[in-house]
Design a protein around this ligand. Structure first.
Ligand code: NZQ
Ligand code: ZN
Length: 392
């Protein structure tokens, strides 16, 4: 096991009706003048925004708004938020929504106290040393941003989608998590979230670090549990307990718990971020395409963990079979799971493009990540091109 630091200071307030506590929580964490950030309208239609505003009013907290944040959020909205926050003297950023809204809120939070361009923190020219506090009311279990120290923003100039991790600065102070708020999700978004959270665990699970059976055991349990509850939700999207387990799993998948003591990989995410930047597809849907292709490629060079995943997570019976057979069955079972929740594993089908521009994807990946990707099997850019071809 590697040495590690696990810093997870977020207060998670979980369960029915918890959104009415938002004002109280903002006040507890020092907010008096809030910038409320939200997306394209789901929180308006569901009445959640009104409830949140009423709870701010009840605590005498004033607020201004930044709305219309789109999936795969872009830097222009972060600049806009920084400007509003400075002009209005905001001391707290409240994200009401999913990963796109939360990541925008985080960009604003580190941008406001900084004299330079907030993009310096994403292009790795600088490291943030101050941040406004961020609170979250979560509406979709997926990105795990409510508990993560990460933010992912796309720079419109060049469509560079960049993920940064600054745990000491970017972990939200609190996250309100009411599973009932996710009943309004279209099935496609629920399914994308499920793939994303499983992948956050896979990125940590596929590792060459040994002596981490506790961390791996937690990871395996959560992955199996999410798949079981996904199938329950497909039958009944209003199954509270299934929603609740999936919601909590989304947080545990990405708050660091499943990677403690391990060298993490993250290749599938980097490969996917290029697809969602170029073709503006949902991140989770892009992962359903990339993960099986990545596994197929790396299993030939380093099979041990892919075999373990097949047996312990996908439940493949290994007795009397070669490793190759077990691995192939494990990858097929994973694909079958994605298909069972109505997602495609083909990049052509996902993007609607007959010949996705693999050269452009690799060029951008190379520019963003350098010449080598990942750790489980370090990938050259030619390897990455081959994985994109496997995903077609
Ligand atoms: O904009 P509205 O109208 O709110 O609709 C959203 C959006 O269209 C809708 N939605 C959310 N909650 C809803 C709802 N619709 C009905 N009812 C509800 N309760 O869902 C759509 C997707 O929202 P989005 O915030 O984009 O989803 P998600 O949470 O999957 O976030 C995706 C973004 O997070 C990044 C992804 O790359 C992507 O940009 N990631 C962030 C990470 C992090 N910060 O730690 C890690 C992840 O790996 C990921 O890369
Ligand atoms: Zn993700």
């Amino acid at each position: 096991m590697e040495n590690f630091v696990f810093y997870s200071p977020t207060e998670f307030v979980f369960g029915r009706d918890t959104q009415s506590q938002t004002g109280e929580l903002v006040k507890r964490y020092g907010g008096r003048r809030v910038l409320v950030v939200y997306g394209g309208g789901s929180v308006v239609r569901s009445g959640l925004l009104d409830t949140v505003k009423a709870s701010l009013d009840a605590e005498g907290i004033t607020y201004c708004e930044l709305s219309g944040i789109r999936p795969n959020p872009t830097d222009d909205r972060v600049y806009e938020g920084i400007e509003i926050a400075r002009k209005e003297g905001v001391d707290f950023i409240l994200a009401v929504g999913g990963g796109s809204v939360i990541d925008t809120a985080k960009g604003i939070a580190i941008g406001v106290p900084y004299d330079g361009d907030f993009w310096d923190f994403y292009s790795k020219k600088g490291v943030p040393t101050a941040s406004l506090p961020v609170g979250v009311v979560l509406t979709i279990p997926a990105a795990g941003s409510e508990g993560s120290g990460n933010s992912v923003i796309t720079k419109l100039d060049g469509m560079h989608k960049i993920s940064v991790r600054y745990p000491m600065m970017l972990r939200p102070r609190f996250a309100v998590m009411n599973p009932e708020l996710t009943y309004t999700l279209p099935w496609f978004q629920t399914a994308c979230g499920i793939v994303d959270m499983i992948c956050h665990i896979q990125e940590r699970y596929f590792s060459n670090t040994t002596g981490v059976d506790l961390t791996d055991g937690i990871a395996e349990t959560i992955m199996r549990n999410v798949m079981q509850n996904a199938l329950r939700l497909k039958e009944n999207p209003n199954d509270y307990d299934a929603r609740a387990n999936v919601m909590w799993a989304g947080t545990l998948a990405h708050n660091g718990l499943c990677g403690n003591g391990k060298v993490e990989d993250w290749s599938s995410h980097r490969l996917e971020h290029e697809i969602s930047a170029l073709y503006d597809v949902a991140h989770g849907a892009g992962l359903a395409v990339m993960v099986p292709a990545w596994m197929t490629f790396v299993a030939k060079k380093n099979p041990h963990k892919v075999r373990e995943f097949a047996v312990k997570v996908m439940g493949i019976e290994a007795e009397g079979k070669s490793d190759e057979m077990v691995i192939a069955e494990g990858i097929e079972a994973l694909k079958a799971f994605y298909h069972s929740i109505d997602l495609t594993t083909s990049m052509r089908e996902l993007t609607g493009v007959e010949n996705p521009d693999i050269e452009a994807l690799v060029k951008s990946l190379n520019g963003n990540m350098g010449d080598t990707l990942g750790f489980y099997v370090p990938l050259s850019m030619e390897d990455c091109a081959e994985i994109y071809r496997l995903a077609l």
